[in-house]
Design a protein around this ligand. Structure first.
Ligand code: F0G
Length: 457
């Protein structure tokens, strides 16, 4: 008999704390507008060591829900027994040792947890399997999201599996071709909006008020539940030895929220004895979250109440890492709590640092999309400033696959990548990325001798 968690949706605002049933179709607290968290209300998970053994044993099971690296940990998920699971066998992603990256950062060793190895090529799949399953449970007919591309591709795929209608709103001209191509192929209705991601998110929040429509951006607490399982999977891969640091990119801040929640739950269960320091890295011109850390004494917020105006929106965020080009991150309060509780940092890195770090991740034979490379760029900075010890155990979470943005990679290696101005245009004279690790293709004569000579260069 499997143990199942009894859970509820709970408002995160300490002065409210309203509680709602799991099957209420809500995205924010209907009393105060605060974000919702899913919290366990029963205490049926007392034998945690036993759970760890059950999860491990499922790795050799052929049952579909065991083959998913999310549903394998279903005791931690807020679903009744035998939900109508919508899965593409997400999760179970590799944890690579990355020696070149380690040396680049000034570390003895560095591990990369590659969430880009999920079915649609990004970490979004681990949350989407839970959110789309919940959509079926609620009887939704249409699922929607706003996206910089990956959430869209993921939702499009899971909606297709569930035979749900899917609409995605993306900022016109600001999403990589590969991500748009995926969404089209998976049959989503792709709506290109004149505006940026934050405008798209505002619009889908309005659509989410329709009875038949279900919104699956990371404001949706079921997305976070699915995504938190990566913390469990990671700890299992590390044989439950807690790393000193876990580092993630920050955009809308769902991922950092989810990892923080995952580690916290493992701590509550007694499966780990301390929290890894969770640090978030943003692109310098799309960094509203990092600004909070630069300007505010955070010790006073550790207790809970976080004022709404602490986050100053950035109206025109700019970065070539288009996945994290976000000025008003929806989950900032939850992420802030997770970072403060774990003693982590939030810092920014420049476009050039992101681009070079991405090339180094590639040279380890691993590769990722630009947003993911903020992690290695950020770790290099945190080592240089003494926040990370060279001998520390560090895990960077790579969020998207290298093939998600091939235009960026090709332009970098051709030494032809330009940083956008504040208005989105480019000024070619001053803003070229200095591609330290460029590896441009060469045109050679179709002749054996010339080619051999080229190899010796
Ligand atoms: N990395 C990648 C590759 C992403 O696609 C995203 C977010 C992030 C990092 C940031 O994660 O939002 O949880 O802090 N992409 C969203 C999207 C916004 O629409 O695909 P976050």
């Amino acid at each position: 008999m499997e143990m199942l968690a009894l859970s509820a949706q709970v408002c995160i605002e300490p002065q409210c704390g309203a509680c709602f049933e799991l099957n209420e179709r809500l995205y924010t607290c209907s009393r105060c507008g605060g974000l919702l968290d899913i919290a366990r209300t029963g205490d049926s998970l007392d034998n945690a060591q036993n759970l760890a053994r059950i999860w491990e044993a499922r790795r050799t099971s052929s049952e579909l829900r065991d083959r998913s690296g999310v549903w394998r940990f279903r005791e931690l998920l807020p679903f009744a027994e035998d939900p109508p699971i919508v899965t593409l066998e997400e999760g179970n992603t590799p944890l690579h040792d990355a020696q070149r990256c380690a040396s680049y950062c000034g570390l003895d060793s560095l591990k990369l947890k590659h969430q880009g190895c999920n079915p649609t090529g990004s970490f979004k799949d681990t949350g989407m399997t839970a959110a789309v399953t919940q959509a079926l449970i609620l009887g939704a007919r249409t699922v929607v999201c706003a996206s910089t591309g990956n959430t869209a591709a993921s939702l499009a795929a899971y909606a297709a599996r569930a035979r749900l209608r899917c609409a995605i709103l993306i900022p016109k001209g600001q999403v990589s071709h590969a991500k748009v191509a995926q969404s089209l192929d998976y049959g989503a209705r792709v709506l290109e909006i004149e505006g940026n991601f934050d405008d798209c998110l505002g619009l889908v929040r309005q659509l989410g008020e329709e009875e038949s429509v279900y919104l699956v951006n990371s404001i949706n607490p079921f997305r976070i539940e699915g995504q938190k399982t990566v913390a469990v999977e990671l700890m299992e891969q590390l044989h439950w030895q807690v790393p000193d640091h876990v580092v993630v990119p920050g955009g809308n801040l769902g991922n950092s929220t989810a990892l923080g929640k995952g580690f916290s739950e493992l701590l509550d269960l007694g499966l780990i004895g301390r929290l890894p320091r969770l640090s978030v890295i943003q692109a310098a011109n799309a960094a509203p979250f990092a600004r909070i850390f630069e300007n505010v004494d955070l010790t006073e917020f550790a207790a809970g109440l976080i004022p709404n105006d602490l986050l100053q929106p950035i109206l025109h965020p700019q970065t070539l890492a288009s996945a994290i080009k976000i000025g008003v991150p929806i989950s900032w309060k939850k992420a802030l709590r997770a970072v403060i509780q774990s003693g982590g940092q939030v810092i920014t890195v420049t476009e050039n640092e992101i681009a070079d770090a991405k090339a180094i991740i590639g040279r380890d034979g691993i590769g990722c999309e630009p947003a993911s490379a903020t992690t290695v760029a950020g770790i290099k900075r945190l080592v240089a400033t003494g926040h990370i010890n060279p001998s520390a155990s560090v895990v960077a979470v790579l969020t998207g696959h290298v093939l998600k943005d091939t235009d960026y990679a090709i332009q970098y290696h051709r030494d032809n990548l330009f940083i956008p101005n504040r208005d989105g245009g480019v000024n070619k004279e001053t803003r070229r990325i200095n591609a330290t690790y460029s590896n441009a293709p060469r045109r050679v004569k179709a002749d054996r001798k010339t080619i051999l000579a080229e190899l010796d260069r």
